[in-house]
Design a binder for this molecule. Structure first.
Ligand code: NAP
Ligand code: MG
Length: 452
């Protein structure tokens, strides 16, 4: 028996659409369909599969405005972000559409014959997507998976199913054969959990909370199922006194307020060298006051609402620490929250240790380079981070010293579709994007052919 689910606009609290959720039987039926489609999809000629993926990218690009509007209504993303997110799916698909003809194996010297390796697809790959970046995170999973010859079952988050469902329809419109790319709206505890236990699913790509990710990894152990995990973060923005402090202060709001802070890469810890604290805070405050939190459909919006009442309530529990200053937010309906800057008393404070996933940052000072590195590394997470300094040697030393998967120096960029992305420690397992992600969607097969 299936159930319906009401998708709510987080900026207005109004109903966007009611959708059907899959139950266990429905989930099994789609997995069976994907397993069947694998038998033909894996044998599609490389050039033909590449052409289909390029057509898929083109059809998504043709629906850019529609998909962006859906994301604004469903997720409260700013117009600027939503348009970027559609482009990201198009770019990731286009990038991996070059892969089918380039899935090279090796020829390894041996006596008595030849030895060659093949990169074989895995079969049905499951992608479990969180609500914070519904389109990009879906694409990072399904694009390389399809390019490598796998078929895909994808579960969007309950809160944010609409763009994934539409992209599923666009796949068919683009000529991707039925059963190759399947979107299954439903609950994590039903659809997502079934991906872990179903024997035909050969790999799970999960992005979300560390807690659920650990459960998925444990569940996958039963079938030695392949797993990629992109989990939480508590990333540091480390600012040295020798940096361009005004520039660092002007850039800091975007580094933790993008997507209302609901970003696993959010630099939710600011480490400022003690001698530059006063100057930094003065410029940082004026940048926070200027940050535009408003109706996300406006082209000028820099931040929209939080995703849900529940997420809003969770974020409020962090506000019992000293507040340095706040920005502004609309009042009235919607899950709005003003940007908030905290001054935790010590490194044991909750806001310093836990992922907030809201528009909140904690600021602390450090004495010297060694102090900065040890404070940054004092976390079970290790996803991203930034370093601001004019000293190139220091930039190098600190980059090598911080235990995290993605760093930027004198900027806050962290995700480019052609470079690897993923976490150290409890921030994840494996890497997505870039040239090597295809290895996570294939098995290496070694074949020796005798001269006889
Ligand atoms: P979550 O529970 O980890 O959800 C992520 C995805 O996993 C969703 O599609 C979810 O489905 C699914 N899921 C949940 N339980 C599952 C299970 N037992 N088996 C298989 N799939 C399952 O994350 P959340 O509850 O949405 O957010 C909680 C916190 O996680 C946030 O406040 C934030 O701190 C963190 N988070 C991190 C990221 C990130 O990018 N690293 C993203 C989102 C959230 P449902 O939607 O049906 O629950
Ligand atoms: Mg959850």
């Amino acid at each position: 028996m299936s159930h319906t689910y009401d998708v709510i606009n987080p900026a207005t609290e109004k109903l966007v659409q009611t959708i059907e959720h899959l139950d266990l039987e429905g989930t099994d039926a789609v997995i069976a369909k994907a397993a069947k489609a694998f038998e033909t999809w894996r044998h599609v000629a490389p050039g033909e599969r590449a052409k289909m993926l390029r057509r898929f990218a083109d059809v998504i690009a043709d629906h850019k405005e529609e998909l962006a509007q859906l994301e604004i209504a469903n997720s409260g993303h700013t117009r600027g972000n939503a348009l970027w997110e559609v482009d990201n799916v198009v770019n990731v698909l286009t990038y991996y559409s070059a892969a089918p003809e380039r899935l090279f194996g090796r020829q390894i010297p041996v006596a008595g014959g030849i030895d060659v390796t093949f990169k074989e697809p895995l079969g049905v790959v499951a992608v479990i997507v969180p609500w914070n970046f519904p389109m990009p995170i879906a694409g990072w999973g399904f694009a390389p998976a399809l390019a490598a010859g796998n078929t895909v079952v994808l579960k969007p988050a309950e809160y944010t199913p609409l763009t994934a469902m539409r992209i599923g329809e666009l796949a068919l419109l683009a000529g991707i054969p039925s059963g190759v790319f399947n979107v299954l709206p439903g609950k994590g505890s039903i659809v997502g959990a079934r991906f872990v236990t179903h024997p035909a699913v050969r790999k799970v790509v999960f992005t979300g909370s560390t807690q659920v990710g650990k459960g998925i990894m444990a569940g996958c152990a039963d079938q030695v199922k392949r797993v990629t995990l992109e989990l939480g973060g508590k990333s540091s923005n480390i600012i040295f006194a020798d940096a361009d402090i005004e520039k660092a202060a002007a850039a800091a709001p975007g580094s933790f307020l993008d997507n209302a802070g609901q970003d696993c890469c959010a630099r939710s810890r600011i480490l400022i060298q003690k001698s530059a604290f006063d100057k930094f805070m003065e410029h940082f405050e004026s940048a926070i006051k200027k940050f535009r939190v408003e109706d996300p459909s406006l082209a000028t919006a820099e931040m929209g609402p939080l995703i849900s009442r529940k997420q809003y309530d969770v974020v409020q529990t962090f506000l019992d620490e000293p507040v340095a200053f706040t920005g502004s937010a609309p009042s009235g309906p919607g899950y709005w929250m003003a940007p908030t800057v905290l001054l935790p008393k010590n490194t044991q404070a909750r806001s310093w240790r836990e992922e907030v996933f809201g528009p909140v940052v904690s600021v602390m000072t450090f004495e010297d380079e060694a102090d900065a590195i040890s404070m940054a590394n004092d976390s079970e997470y290790g996803l991203s981070g930034s370093i601001w300094t004019r000293d190139i040697g220091r930039a190098l030393r600190v980059s090598r010293g911080v235990e995290t998967g993605n760093l930027s120096v004198n900027s806050h960029s962290s995700v480019r579709y052609w470079t690897p992305f993923g976490g150290f420690k409890q921030s994840g397992l494996g890497r997505e994007l870039g040239p090597d992600a295809l290895d996570s969607f294939t098995e290496v097969k070694n074949v020796f052919i005798s001269n006889d």
